[in-house]
Design a protein around this ligand. Structure first.
Ligand code: HEM
Length: 328
């Protein structure tokens, strides 16, 4: 249907799916998430072909609102529906059905699962003093996991054309859709919750207003527990700050265990910098003032992405300089 730009059939299929979903009660959250995913494929597809989906199929509105509300999420498909809740293999839902799309879906799956796993562990470090062995152990274990993120981006770099495929062909499926008078972003990789790692490791006290507005916009598209974690850690000392304080004490160099923890946090910061450097190369190539696409699906230009990269590398440098300034 998408290949033929068959909007009539897309609208009919959307109508049928919504009708079928009403034939039985979706008692369990996974059923409602799956319904949102499948209905979302049609919603996003109609929008891609220039049809405001809920104007064409208004009866879908109540279903989207009810499913979104029941799980504390936005009333449309997100990157979670398109990625982790999208089964791999033959049953994988795709807009274009091409290899490059599958690579992108895999990347967002890996990224989301990884971050969802790491975030609570990192949050738990708030209860532990940096001089305890377990503090450093957790930092290094998180770094081990996070270092796979740049590899994910390397894979994208090798296999996905950022201009002709990502921006020109896949991006249009991720355009805003109006649900009950409000616009909602589409299921784009920008919603992979990297902001959670940033928040816990450094941005709670090293960010700025641009970054805060960007992240506050993105968190609406995640899971309720991610939003709670994000909100509860606002203004709390970041991992970087807690460790730097140990190095700044007038009593002399910190214990070896603290230095080891700082090494772990530096590895985490380096992984973020490496991921963003590679990512921004692709984003900057695809979205420029002179190209067809000046901003991405969340309305953000490569200028802001590079600003975030600069903030990340400045903070990594800040941590490294404290570490090397010690005599441990
Ligand atoms: C060719 C591939 C890609 C291109 C051209 C691209 C482009 C962009 C653009 C333009 C933005 C700015 C936000 C917006 O959409 O308005 C962005 C943000 C972002 N993208 Fe991508 N993206 C790509 C692949 C990915 C993948 C596979 C992931 C995750 C695994 C990802 C994760 C992110 C994140 C986390 C942000 C937020 C900014 C940050 O934290 O630095 N992107 N991307």
């Amino acid at each position: 249907m998408n290949a033929a730009a068959d909007v009539r059939q897309l609208a009919t299929s959307l109508r049928e799916l919504v009708w079928r979903s009403r034939q039985r009660e979706l008692l369990h959250a996974p059923d409602r998430l799956a319904a949102m995913r499948d209905v979302g494929m049609f919603v996003s597809s109609l929008q891609r072909h220039g049809v405001e989906p809920l104007e064409a199929v208004p009866e879908a509105t109540d279903a989207l609102l009810a499913w979104g509300l029941s799980v504390g999420m936005v009333p449309r498909d997100t990157v979670l529906h398109y990625g982790v809740w999208n089964p791999p293999g033959k049953r994988q839902r795709m807009f274009l059905g091409e290899r490059q799309e599958s690579v992108v879906i895999d990347a967002v799956r890996v990224g989301t699962v990884l971050i969802d796993d790491i975030a609570p562990t990192l949050a738990g470090v708030a209860e532990i003093h940096p001089s305890q062995t377990v503090f450093g152990e957790i930092c290094h274990a998180v770094a081990d996991q996070l270092e796979t993120l740049p590899e994910v981006m390397n894979d994208i770099y090798r296999k996905v054309d950022p201009v002709e495929f990502y921006a020109a062909r896949l991006g249009p499926f991720m355009a805003d859709v109006v649900v009950a008078d409000r616009p909602y972003y589409g299921p784009a990789p920008v919603h992979v919750p990297l902001y959670l790692i940033d928040r816990l490791v450094w941005t709670s006290d090293h960010g700025d207003a641009d970054l805060a507005y960007f992240h506050n916009d993105l968190i609406r598209y995640g899971l309720p527990q991610w939003r709670r974690l994000f909100e509860r850690t606002e203004g709390s000392p970041s991992l970087v700050t807690r460790l730097v304080r140990e190095f700044d004490r007038p009593t002399g160099p910190p214990a070896t265990r603290v230095a080891d923890a700082m090494d772990g946090v530096i590895r985490i910061m380096n992984a973020l910098v490496t991921f963003r450097s590679k990512h921004n190369l692709m984003a900057g190539g695809a979205y420029t003032d002179h190209s067809r696409y000046a901003t991405g699906t969340a309305g953000v230009s490569p200028g802001l992405l590079n600003h975030i990269l600069t903030l990340t590398s400045d903070c990594a440098q800040h941590a490294r300089s404290r570490r090397t300034g010690t005599r441990s």
